[in-house]
Design a protein around this ligand. Structure first.
Ligand code: FAD
Ligand code: SF4
Length: 456
């Protein structure tokens, strides 16, 4: 039988921001690891975007060698404590596991987390890079793409500086994903590990404003990697979106997570929300907003225009939200946010939808049902329908071309239209996943190394 992670009970966890998933004990991890068949041509590895040697690290866990298991994972993945918590393994490595035939794939994510947490519990031994080549590389943005690229380049011996506009490194891992899914001390632990590799972190530094890309080259950087992510919120474009108590998911989550609004009065970050919140969307971001709202003691309803089957959020998060009692209002499209006469939200007018033919994404297109308008009684609306690429840097750097949707096009070596400037992660793909951003960071590090060695 597959061993699942223990979790805080729903009625308890909605009253706190502590991590929901409690991970595996040593005995559970070793028992789960013992189920692995150690396949000769392991399909799970092909399902991992960064190619972790999954059977080898699982075998080391089975042999009670978590430290060695972690070292094995770190050959390919610099952020295992994070991936073990938030990667969609059910669509990746676990989806490829041969034991799927019996519907009991190995719980690879939980085992990765087990090894990583063991590693973080140990004191970090400083990992020295190779002899420094004296070549300086700038990384712009410290999300998973930037952190991974920085770590890999540091391991190759480069002098890497990570520039981050916010006051803490980590990108969405730090400001977006809530504490109860990804504790910030875990993210900080991974950032600290990367610092032990020699990476310097320059926080509170907005590239394109504090310094331009040209300034970086003038001050001796030989190449730059742009990993600025997709942090520009999308809105619905319906009447009433400018009312008070309408939030973008980004603003709401940043105030709660990074600025610690949930720790009031210890932290004094203001967050003006009412008692009844509608969260619009069906992805991970929408679920995070809904579950944060619950923990802030508010009533919440999740409004989604398709059905639960089409929701892009991770299955585990949908299950967690259901257990916690988040109601879903599916096949529902908001059409207007109502004004209370004082400039604040009084309700959300919606129209019922039904599913029609599949659209370009393969999901069935929602179609409005005539004369089916109704009003949801809410006083706060959080819009979580997606994010676009951060526009600032390309806007002030005309040499970096962009696509119509704001993403930055790159060649097969991750180089942008500006020589020596590479890019990867959500800024080139649009909003995607942690592991795909990490995969881009790894490939870009190799490409930057080749660019430097070939004599730029
Ligand atoms: P980001 O993580 O967005 O980091 C970009 C960084 O660049 C930010 O810190 C930003 O402040 C900084 N920056 C931007 N412009 C500048 C500049 N000009 N100068 C300096 N710094 C700059 N993915 C999953 O796989 N699983 C999940 O469960 C999951 N949940 C999510 C929940 C939320 C709420 C959100 C928002 C996303 C979630 N994702 C999830 C998606 C995932 O987090 C992103 O795909 C991933 O973080 C992208 O990484 P990145 O490195 O490209 O960019
Ligand atoms: Fe183990 Fe499954 Fe990978 Fe085979 S496919 S090595 S059983 S995790």
């Amino acid at each position: 039988m597959r061993i699942s992670v223990r979790r805080q009970l729903p009625l308890e966890r909605i009253k706190n921001f502590f991590e929901v998933s409690l991970g595996l004990s040593k005995e559970e991890a070793e028992k789960e690891a013992a189920r692995c068949l150690q396949c000769k041509n392991p399909p799970c590895v092909k399902g991992c975007p960064v190619g972790i040697d999954i059977p080898s690290f699982i075998k080391l866990i089975k042999e009670n060698k978590p430290k060695e298991a972690l070292a094995k994972i770190k050959e390919k993945n610099n952020l295992p404590a994070i991936c073990g918590r938030v990667c969609p393994q059910e669509d990746q490595c676990e989806a490829m596991c041969v034991l799927n035939k019996k519907k009991i794939p190995i719980n690879i994510g939980a085992l990765e987390r087990y090894a990583a947490d063991y590693g973080q519990a140990q004191r970090h031994e400083p990992v020295l890079g190779k002899e420094k080549a004296g070549v300086k590389i700038a990384i712009v943005g410290s999300g998973p793409a930037g952190l991974t690229c920085a770590a890999d380049l540091a391991k190759m011996g480069y002098e890497v500086t990570l520039f981050e506009s916010l006051h803490l490194a980590g990108g969405v891992l730090m400001y977006g994903i809530p504490e109860f899914r990804l504790p910030k001390k875990i993210v900080q632990g991974e950032v600290d590990y990367i610092k032990t590799l020699g990476v310097k972190v320059a926080a509170d530094t907005l590239i394109g404003n504090t310094y331009s890309i040209d300034d970086l080259f003038k001050s001796g950087f030989k190449a730059a990697f742009v990993a600025t992510g997709a942090g520009l919120p999308q809105f619905l474009g319906i009447p009433g979106e400018n009312l008070g108590r309408v939030y973008s998911a980004n603003e709401f989550l940043t105030r709660v997570n990074l600025m610690k609004a949930y720790k009031f009065p210890e932290y004094v970050t203001p967050i003006n929300i009412g008692k009844k919140i509608a969260v619009i969307g069906g992805g991970n971001v929408a679920f995070d907003c809904a579950r944060v709202s619950l923990r802030l003691g508010r009533q919440v309803v999740l409004v989604y225009r398709r059905t639960e089957n089409e929701m892009p959020a991770r299955k585990e998060e949908i299950e967690n939200a259901k257990e916690e009692g988040v109601p879903f209002k599916t096949l529902t499209q908001p059409v207007k946010i109502l004004d209370d006469g004082k400039g604040f939200v009084k309700g959300l007018e919606c129209i019922a939808m039904e599913l029609g033919e599949p659209d370009a994404s393969g999901r069935r297109r929602p179609v409005p049902v005539k004369d089916s308008n109704f009003v949801l009684d809410v006083d706060t609306v959080i819009v979580a329908i997606g994010q676009n690429s951060n526009p600032l840097l390309p806007k002030v750097t005309p040499e970096i071309k962009t696509n119509e949707d704001g993403t930055i096009p790159v060649d097969e070596n991750f180089m942008t239209s500006m020589t020596g400037v590479f890019a990867g992660g959500d800024i080139i793909t649009g909003a995607d996943t942690v592991i795909s951003a990490m995969g881009a960071g790894k490939k870009a590090a190799l490409a930057i190394d080749k660019y430097i060695r070939d004599g730029s």
